[in-house]
Design a protein around this ligand. Sequence first.
Ligand code: SF4
Ligand code: SF4
Length: 433
Amino acid sequence: MQTNFTTAQLADPHVQESEKILRKCVHCGFCTATCPTYVTLGNELDSPRGRIYLIKDMLENGRPADKEIVTHIDRCLSCLACMTTCPSGVNYMHLVDHARVHIEKTYRRPLMNRLTRGVLAAVLPYPKRFRAALKLARLGRPFANVFDRVPALKPFAAMLRLAPATVPAQSATASPGSHAAQGARLGRVAILTGCAQPVLEPGINEATVSLLTRLGIEVVVPRGEGCCGALVHHMGREEAALASARQNVDAWTREIGNGGLDAIVITASGCGTTIKDYGFMLRLDPAYAEKAARVSALAKDVTEYLATLDLPEPARKPGLTVAYHSACSMQHGQKITRQPKDLLARAGFVVREPREGHLCCGSAGTYNIMQPEISARLRDRKVRNIEATGASLVATGNIGCITQIASAAKLPVVHTVKLLDWAFGGDKPAGLE
Ligand code: SF4
Ligand code: SF4
């Protein structure tokens, strides 16, 4: 694609990067076929190619964002299916991230939209606030239908519906400390505690610690870790996202200095995609660029790390048929496609893959709150495809997908690592009795 940025515009390293990305796009439109919003809405402006044109026009003309571009960029799930499909290697992720920062700086959103986004950014990344909010949501749930009648309040209705009926107690794996390897120590990793996941489903990191320590791996929960920053990053709140990234880079760098790390293990693929991008996000910060690149290189999804270990024979072969849902952040963001399925098969599960596996389930961070209608259509399509496999449960590696699919599926939805922990000698996941 031809671009017409001025020399002055190209002095900005963010514009320079976006220009490089734009120039790679050859307008072929292959990406439209796998874009969930184009498939759902059928509008070129809700396709990757359409969004790329909108972003180019906005950046090239140095214009503030307007309602049209905000509408179509807000509808993008950041699922990155377009990056998997694109034959020209267009890095849509970095382009849309830049566009979101530009929107955040130049566009004044309507009051309720600003308020909702402000509430999400102030609550979700902080486990204590999130836990308190979920408890409050239980009381508010009867009002979800009332909120649904006012368009500006629909996100609050979606929040109330997504809130679980009970909030699990806090787990020991969410506190700083070290979990010793059983037997001879074969490795040492840090685990990301995260923000929403340990509140909604602490059993995921418990299963990870149980499995890894049984396999001879010491698991450290470093002091000072926090939210990976993905949530605010996808809102275009770049300073907040970079502050989270720096905080985590500091925590893990200290741990690298203290005893060395073979990996930073992540059990939510949405967080994994962002942490693997810290090197890029902090590339212009001389104090952090090198440390951040080292952290990104160490970041591994738990299945990616497990696949490097010498696994014993499973303690039990559950023999259940599992529909494996590959989260977008897993398959498109991190290009991890083989390891989770291979590990499940190795553990004795029969693995089935739902049709249209490349399409997003509609969770996408806070998308199911901010865009509840499109999200529900994608969720229902996903659940239909999952149920058509005839499997007796669903395995996936991202808490957002678990919450989203479980809100409509009749089958139990379990994190992949909980099934692996069970097969290799751990506890049976709750809900499979
Ligand atoms: S990230 Fe997903 S929703 Fe956004 S343009 Fe690409 S394929 Fe479409
Ligand atoms: S597939 Fe790639 S090159 Fe083709 S239109 Fe989409 S982004 Fe551009």
